[in-house]
Design a protein around this ligand. Structure first.
Ligand SMILES: *Cc1c(COP(=O)(O)O)cnc(C)c1O
Length: 398
C-alpha cells in the first residue's frame, strides 16, 4: 500500500513492516526477515559518524545490534501506530518495559503516585530497587483524594487501567487533568488494551507501557515489552536510559511479535465476544457472587469503558460464593483452562488470586471471598461454558 497514513489500524497492522523490494529483481517476501545482528557495518567513517550524531540527538540510528535492526524498527512503528505515539522503545519483557519507564522518568529524591491496582511486580521493583535509589512511591486507592497525596517532589502518576486483578476502570482524562495541573507525567500500563481497544496517549497520558508478551505476541511463546510516548523530551530520556541500561530484544522475538500482531484484530474481537458470553453465563450461576469485566453492563466501570474503550478482551475475574477449599476444587476441575500466570495467548487460563493481593486494592470489597481470574481463549464458548459448568458443580458438591 502506498499511503497508509489515514488507514484504519486493522489495515495498518497488515501493511506495516513488510519487506522492501530488491532494487535489482523487483521482488520481495511479504515479511521482513528476523534480522539478527550484533555488529553493524558502515560503508565508511562518514556514515558511522552521521549515525552516531543522529543517535546522540535522540533519533533512532543504527550503530550497534543492541538497538535492534529493521525487524525491531518495524515493530516499534507498529507500537507507535497502535498507541498513537511518536517514539517507541523495546524491552526484553513487559516488566523490563515498566522498569525502563520508571528508571527514565524518576531520579533520587523523586516521588511517584501509583494506583493500588497496578501490576503486582511494580511493588517488587519499588521494594527491591527504587527504594534503594531514594525514589519513593505512594499507592493510592479508589476514592483517595490525590490532592492530599501529591507532594512538591512528585514527578509521576503511574496507573494500570483497567487494573490487573479486578479490571477496575480509571477515569484517565480526569487523571490527566490532575497530572497536568501538578506538572506530573502520567504513565500507564496499557497491557490490557495493547493500543487496540484502549489508547491512553489519546486520553492525556504521556507514557504507555505494553507487555507485548500478552495480546501482541498472542501465542504464549515470547517475552517482550514496549514503552511508547508522544512527548519529544520524554523520548530523549527513554532513549538514553534504554541505551545506558543495555536493554536489548532478540530479533527473533521482535519477528514473532510482528507475526503475532497481524492477527490482533481477529483474536482480540473473538476473545472479547467469548469473554462477554462467559461473563453473562457466570453471572447467572448460584456459585458466583460477582463478575468483574468492564464490558458487562452490571460492572461499575461500564460507563467509563463505553466512553474510553473501543472494545474489550478475554480477561475477567469471578468472586465465588464458595469456600476457599471449594474454589481450589473448581480450579483443579477445569479441563480447558491452563493453571498459570500471564494471559493474551490463544488459550484459556485460570489463576486463583491471592487474598494478599486483593487486600491491597481499595476497590476490593469482598472480604475473604475467593476470586479466580480467567483468560477466555479462542476455544468454542459452548465448550468453555460446559467446562466451567462441570467444574462449578463439582466444587459446589465438594
Ligand atoms: C504480564 C504483565 C506485565 C509484565 O509483562 P512480562 O512480559 O510478563 O514481564 C506488565 N503489566 C501487566 C499488566 C501484565 O499483565
Amino acid at each position: 500500500m502506498s499511503d497508509t497514513s489515514s488507514a484504519h489500524i486493522d489495515t495498518l497492522l497488515q501493511h506495516l513492516g513488510t519487506a522492501p523490494f530488491d532494487p535489482q529483481t523487483g521482488t520481495a517476501p511479504v515479511n521482513l526477515p528476523s534480522m539478527r545482528a550484533s555488529t553493524v557495518r558502515f560503508k565508511n567513517l562518514d556514515m558511522l559518524e552521521r549515525a552516531q550524531s543522529r543517535k546522540g540527538s535522540g533519533d533512532r540510528a543504527l550503530t550497534y545490534g543492541r538497538i535492534g535492526m529493521d525487524t525491531h524498527a518495524a515493530l516499534e512503528d507498529v507500537f507507535c501506530q497502535l498507541e498513537g505515539g511518536t517514539h517507541c522503545y523495546l524491552a526484553p519483557s513487559g516488566l523490563a518495559g515498566v522498569t525502563l519507564a520508571f528508571m527514565s522518568l524518576l531520579s533520587a529524591g523523586d516521588h511517584a503516585l501509583v494506583a493500588d491496582c497496578v501490576y503486582g511486580p511494580v511493588r517488587e521493583l519499588d521494594a527491591a530497587v527504587l527504594s534503594r535509589m531514594g525514589i519513593e512511591l505512594t499507592y493510592y486507592g479508589a476514592g483517595d483524594d490525590l490532592e492530599k497525596l501529591v507532594r512538591p517532589n512528585t514527578k509521576l502518576l503511574y496507573v494500570e487501567a483497567p487494573g490487573s486483578l479486578l479490571f477496575e476502570m480509571l477515569d484517565l482524562p480526569a487523571l490527566a487533568e490532575f497530572a497536568q495541573r501538578h506538572k506530573l507525567i502520567l504513565g500507564t500500563d496499557n497491557t490490557w488494551g495493547s493500543g487496540y481497544i484502549y489508547r491512553p496517549l489519546t486520553l492525556g497520558a504521556q507514557v504507555s507501557v505494553i507487555a507485548g508478551t500478552k495480546y501482541i505476541g498472542g501465542h504464549s511463546d515470547l517475552m517482550l515489552g514496549a514503552v511508547v510516548t508522544n512527548d519529544a523530551e520524554i523520548a530523549k530520556r527513554l532513549n538514553r536510559t534504554q541505551y545506558a541500561m543495555g536493554y536489548s530484544v532478540s530479533a527473533d522475538d521482535a519477528w514473532l511479535a510482528l507475526r503475532g500482531v497481524r492477527t490482533l484484530p481477529v483474536r482480540m474481537n473473538q476473545h472479547a465476544r467469548h469473554a462477554l458470553e462467559v461473563s453473562e453465563f457466570l453471572q447467572g450461576r448460584p456459585e458466583v457472587a460477582r463478575v468483574f469485566h468492564p464490558a458487562l453492563p452490571s460492572d461499575p466501570g461500564h460507563a467509563l469503558w463505553k466512553r474510553d474503550c473501543s472494545g474489550s478482551n478475554g480477561m475477567l475475574a469471578v468472586q465465588l460464593n464458595l469456600s476457599p477449599q471449594a474454589a481450589r476444587t473448581f480450579v483443579d476441575a477445569l479441563t480447558l483452562f491452563g493453571i498459570g500466570f500471564s494471559w493474551g495467548g490463544f488459550e484459556s487460563l485460570v489463576q486463583l488470586v491471592s487474598p494478599k493481593d486483593l487486600a491491597r486494592h481499595a476497590y476490593w470489597q469482598g472480604g475473604d471471598a475467593p476470586v479466580v481470574r480467567l483468560h477466555i481463549g479462542l476455544e468454542s464458548p459452548a465448550d468453555v461454558i460446559a467446562d466451567l459448568t462441570q467444574a462449578l458443580e463439582r466444587a459446589a458438591a465438594a
